[in-house]
Design a binder for this molecule. Structure first.
Ligand SMILES: C[S@@+](CC[C@H](N)C(=O)[O-])C[C@H]1O[C@@H](n2cnc3c(N)ncnc32)[C@H](O)[C@@H]1O
Length: 426
């Protein structure tokens, strides 16, 4: 069932029936989507369905964009569908993966470069002055043997792979072995040290990773790279003229992932920063921020204000971070409107959550924001999230719990589609 929101306040979106068409459980994803782990990656089939749906609504699609492109799920599927892609992410690890994913590599070049990297690794000696190898945080996460090998491997990649596109491929491989070669608790979604872990050998892990990526590249369904991917805060992007026909995106979750902290091994090793915390600034959904609550209350829409005021009575710090999130989301929609051509459309994938009994209704907040901004034909579908979680609560470190006072994870989320009017009234 599809609902058009003439008056979004009167419709109970949580009671919408689940639309099986947006389930996608049986759709096999291309192996390229698995070349690097990424938290909150969304299902690839959503892009294809979004393009089909927008076209059925008379949107002519040349360029698809994703302003929170993450590891490039939309980028890959857009290029596969032979359209242009433009995307950005504030996280340079995300854009590295997205760039690596949206190319088809020549197998022979990959083999040659790989052999040269291995050869170079074994003739090099460890440079004791390598600043990254001496970073305190790196020393915290890695044993000395892995530090020396990673330092040599990174230098081997940088000195032998002279083509930038191919260098992205190998740096992406390098980035994805960091957790297994470190003392990071396996599969943890929070930075947590495992004192009993036996980290992998660097060159063995690299060989396995490159083999997996080369196998994925063999079944890579894209030919030419038609993707432009920028590392930038989408809210600061200067848009001189709209150029996007369809924006497909899944915004950061409200205060659940601290992306800067989660990717710290990669941001440190790849030399993007020597203090990973600097990447928290500007990241939407970060828990770390200043207190602008009084000012926010002047700008939040009705749904946002209502939720924030309910939280104020329970947890002032949570209230401040949620209010920052809603202000950022309102600015995101403004940016989306600037980017999209008249007659174009946007599709957001967004979920709700609950905190100590207060419903954090992100979907309703987004619908109100889209309507306020001038989008029209706002439609909502409710979809089941395939990896159904048995217990819906998470504690403060992200572990599953039965404690109902903890953060509630829903097993459904919303697909929200909206069009920018063809004729603008101003
Ligand atoms: C839910 S994830 C998107 C995942 C993506 N759909 C995928 O499949 O990989 C949200 C992304 O928003 C990014 N992000 C957070 N704040 C941002 C900002 N201000 N500008 C651009 N990207 C931002 C995060 O780094 C993260 O990659």
């Amino acid at each position: 069932m599809r609902v058009t929101f003439n008056d979004y306040k009167t419709v109970d979106i949580d009671s919408l029936p689940i639309n099986e068409e947006w389930d996608g459980r049986n759709v096999q994803e291309n192996l390229m989507h698995r070349i690097h782990a990424y938290p909150a990656k969304f299902p690839a089939f959503i892009t294809t369905k979004a393009i089909e749906y927008a076209e059925s609504q008379n949107v002519a699609i040349g360029t698809v964009a994703d302003i929170f492109c993450g590891c490039g799920t939309v980028a890959y599927e857009t290029v596969k569908a032979n359209r242009h892609f433009w995307g950005c992410d504030i996280n340079p690890v995300a854009t590295l993966i997205a760039r690596a994913k949206s190319h088809h590599y020549d197998s022979e070049h990959l083999t040659n470069y790989y052999e040269q990297i291995v050869e170079e690794f074994y003739i090099q000696s460890f440079n004791e002055d390598d600043a990254i190898a001496n970073n305190e945080r790196v020393k915290y996460w890695f044993f000395q043997q892995q530090i020396e090998d990673l330092s040599k491997l990174k230098r081997a990649i940088e000195t032998t792979v002279d083509n930038e596109t191919y260098r992205d491929f190998f740096l992406c491989a390098f980035s994805n072995i960091l957790k297994s070669c470190s003392r990071w608790l396996t599969k943890s979604i929070k930075p947590q040290l495992d004192p009993n872990k036996k980290p992998h050998d660097v060159m063995e892990a690299f060989a396995t990773q490159v083999k997996m990526m080369r196998k994925a590249n063999l079944v890579n369904e894209i030919n030419e790279g038609l993707a432009v991917i920028e590392t930038t805060n989408c809210l600061s992007k200067i848009v001189e003229k709209p150029f996007v026909d369809l924006l497909v995106t899944s915004p950061p979750y409200v205060t659940s992932y601290e992306y800067a902290d989660l990717h710290q091994l990669s941001t440190l090793w790849l030399g993007y920063t020597n203090d990973y915390r600097s990447f928290r600034d500007g990241t939407i959904g970060s828990l770390h921020g200043e207190n602008h609550l009084p000012d926010h209350l002047k700008h939040l829409n009705d749904t946002g204000k209502d939720i924030v005021l309910k939280l104020y009575a329970i947890d002032k710090s949570k209230c401040r971070s949620v209010s920052q999130y809603y202000i950022d989301m309102q600015n995101t929609v403004k940016k989306a409107y600037e980017l999209i051509c008249p007659g174009g459309a946007t599709l957001f994938v967004i979920g709700n959550t609950e905190y100590k009994g207060v419903k954090i209704d992100n979907a309703r907040h987004l619908i109100e924001t889209l309507l306020d901004e001038g989008f029209e034909n706002v439609e909502v579908e409710r979809r089941k999230i395939s990896n159904k979680i048995l217990t819906p609560y998470r504690d403060s470190v992200g572990k599953f719990t039965t404690d109902k006072n903890s953060r509630k994870i829903y097993s459904e989320e919303f697909i929200i589609f909206a069009k920018k009017p063809l004729c603008l009234n101003n």
